[in-house]
Design a protein around this ligand. Structure first.
Ligand SMILES: [Zn+2]
Length: 173
């Protein structure tokens, strides 16, 4: 424990107004909600919700995976063996993420796709759990979906988007 000795000399009284920057505004009236209240988007089309709202909308497992970056147990996901034609959407915001035509059986225990829809996901380095992985999130609501690995040489892109079933909704088409 030591006290700072010289903060007295550094004291500097400033009278400038700090609150005219206009950078801070959480204006709810700029947001748009659709009729069923499912999606609330800002002016850039991003879904903006408080963690409290996410907790209310998602069940505990969905919340854990989508909002806390959790992972469902391998071989347990409801969509693992889904092989109908259709669209896979983000469970949190409904954005279209993958088409069934890019789904393949990677034997890894999670639904796998070789390519997302254009600009549907964002990726970033994830150094958690002592590994270096590439995390995949929904571009629209920033929810965690899974990880992408470049270990699928027999797929057109060579990539395996390894997704959690609970992060996805399937819509047959
Ligand atoms: Zn989303």
């Amino acid at each position: 424990m030591s006290e700072t000795q010289n903060d007295q000399g550094a004291r500097d009284l400033r009278e400038s107004g700090d609150n005219d920057g206009g950078a801070v505004n959480g204006n709810a009236d700029e947001a748009v909600a659709d009729s069923n209240g499912k999606a609330v988007t800002d002016t850039n089309g991003k879904v903006v919700r408080s963690e409290e709202e996410w907790r209310r909308i998602l069940d505990p497992m969905e919340y854990h995976v989508l909002r806390e970056g959790g992972t469902e147990m391998a071989h347990t996901g409801a969509l693992l063996h889904e092989d109908r034609e259709g669209i896979y959407r983000c469970k949190a915001c409904g954005a279209e993420l993958f088409r069934s035509t890019t789904k393949f059986d990677s034997l890894c225990g999670w639904p796998s796709f070789y390519q997302p829809e254009d600009a549907a996901v964002t990726t970033s380095e994830d150094r958690s759990h002592g590994m270096v992985r590439t995390e995949v999130r929904c571009a629209r609501c920033d929810s965690h979906l899974g990880h992408v690995f470049d270990d699928a040489p027999r797929q057109p892109t060579g990539l395996r988007y390894c997704m959690n079933s609970v992060s996805l909704d399937f819509e047959e088409r």
